[in-house]
Design a protein around this ligand. Structure first.
Ligand SMILES: [Zn+2]
Ligand SMILES: [Zn+2]
Length: 115
């Protein structure tokens, strides 16, 4: 999640809300998040301590919602893949399925965009 900026307005970082994760028992490689830690959900300069990036790597995000605070767009993470597409390439059918699957947790502002 470290490197994701909004493809439309280039805002960084995006807000992340995780809906499902899978635990990996032994990360082979632990790389520290550079600017923004998805596990802590915080920019590193706001965290005020060393990030626990072993935990970042132990959990793989499967489904999540990314939202852009600047332009209000949202992007789904589906089966571990962040779908970061510009407006003209968005797959509305996939997005509706995603919103349907997590409808109890998805904010109304996002649900309104996929009608
Ligand atoms: Zn981290
Ligand atoms: Zn944006």
């Amino acid at each position: 999640m470290d490197l994701l900026a909004c493809p439309m307005c280039k805002h960084f970082p995006l807000d992340l809300e995780v809906y499902s994760v899978e635990e990996r028992y032994s990360p082979k490689e632990v790389r520290k998040c550079e600017l923004y830690c998805g596990y802590h959900g915080s920019a590193l300069n706001e965290l005020g301590r060393e990030p626990d990036c072993r935990s970042c790597w132990r959990f793989e995000i499967v489904d999540a919602l990314l939202t852009c605070r600047r332009c209000g767009r949202w992007y789904p993470v589906i089966d571990e893949v962040p779908v970061m597409l510009p407006d003209d390439l968005r797959d509305r059918r996939k997005e509706r399925e995603f919103v349907e699957r997590w409808r109890d947790r998805i904010p109304a502002s996002v649900r309104d965009q996929v009608r």
